[in-house]
Design a protein around this ligand. Structure first.
Ligand SMILES: [Zn+2]
Ligand SMILES: [Zn+2]
Length: 347
């Protein structure tokens, strides 16, 4: 089969490799689409500890069941279109016992520890199959909408903590695919104001074109003052950072009202994660600050429901499409920060 094999940072080669076959409990999917995550780009650019070359990355997988090994539940039928949950729990730790697999102390993940979806076929390990990670999609669902399920599931995990209510004022830092998905959720939940900030006019233009909210380009200015001005001087009930810029975490805390909910949705560079913040502002103003990591199976099922909504312009989220042969070009688009979602057509 054809696969984009990762040999190390900046070294991805499209090659012919052996096609996987399904052992007991395993399932092999014919990959239809695999969208490119910011993490895939980061691995391509810098590498990552648990991604040991040569391997195949890609975890936002949409596939068709090709082969099911012995003992696989009959509900996973050959020819069925599915999406795949990324994280595989150890099944033993306290978090796995609570079915919080994304928080598992020793989780493994497709596209990281196991070969992923930038290939014509992908093998889903038995532990993932048994955990329920293969999730059927409605036969009529477009493959590209299905390719949004994984990133959207992560957003829905973060949104669970934020508990957006009709009339809330919401602020999203970062107009990448994740920031736009958050804006779409906040709008769908009835927020009266959604402001998205970024330093790229190109990305902010998508927010307005998709009708997801107002925008502020904070490049070169005092972000807090600029955002407050755009918000008519009123602060926010919800603020969420969907970028890896530490200063936006501090800005988020300065821009929220009493009883606000703040999500540090995105991680920041590991070499400098300590933030100087006024914890009394959190104390006196009853502000809640939440983290978020990946997603759980329930969030995939919620995301699958949500991508079927036609009042959200999901079909416009995919701005770039490439064949597997052009995998390196897809990474170049991501590195240049172009467009919103880049999807690989693996057929
Ligand atoms: Zn992802
Ligand atoms: Zn575990």
């Amino acid at each position: 089969m054809k696969a984009a094999v990762y040999y190390g940072p900046r070294d991805v080669r499209v090659e012919t490799v052996p096609r996987p076959s399904a052992g007991p409990g395993e399932v092999v999917l014919r990959v239809r689409r695999c969208s490119v995550c910011g993490t895939d780009k980061r691995i391509f650019t810098h590498g990552q500890k648990n991604v040991v070359p040569p391997t195949i990355t890609g975890h936002e997988i949409v596939g068709t069941v090709h082969e099911a090994g012995s003992g696989v539940d009959a509900e996973i039928a050959i020819g069925m279109n599915v999406v795949v949950a990324t994280v595989v729990g150890c099944g033993k730790c306290i978090y796995c016992r609570r079915k919080q697999y994304n928080l598992c102390d020793s989780f493994t993940a497709l596209g990281y520890d196991y070969a992923g979806g930038f290939a014509e076929y992908v093998k889903i390990p038995a532990a993932a199959v048994a955990q329920g990670n293969i999730i059927p999609i409605p036969p009529a669902m477009s493959l590209e909408r299905a390719a949004l399920v994984e990133p959207l599931s992560c957003c829905l995990n973060g949104q669970e903590y934020l508990n957006a209510q009709p009339g809330d004022r919401a602020l999203v830092f970062g107009a990448g695919p994740i920031g736009l998905m958050h804006a779409a959720i906040l709008k769908a939940r009835g927020c009266s104001l959604v402001i998205v900030t970024d330093v790229s006019d190109e990305r902010l233009a998508y927010v307005r074109e998709f009708g997801l909210g107002q925008t502020v380009n904070t490049a070169g200015g005092d972000a807090v003052a600029m955002i407050l001005e755009a918000a008519g001087g009123e602060k926010f009930d919800i603020a969420l950072t969907a970028n890896s810029v530490k200063s936006t975490q501090a800005a988020a805390l300065k821009l929220v009202r009493k009883k606000a909910r703040v999500s540090f949705f995105a991680g920041i560079p590991k070499d400098n994660p300590v933030l100087d913040i006024d914890t009394n502002a959190i104390h006196y103003n009853e502000i809640s600050v939440f983290g978020c990591f990946a997603s759980n199976l329930a969030h995939y099922h919620q995301a699958l429901e949500m991508v079927q909504r036609d009042d959200i312009p999901w079909d416009r989220f995919v701005t770039h499409r490439f064949k597997l042969d052009d995998m390196v070009k897809a990474f170049a688009v991501m590195e240049a920060g172009q467009g919103i979602k880049t999807v690989i057509d693996c057929e």
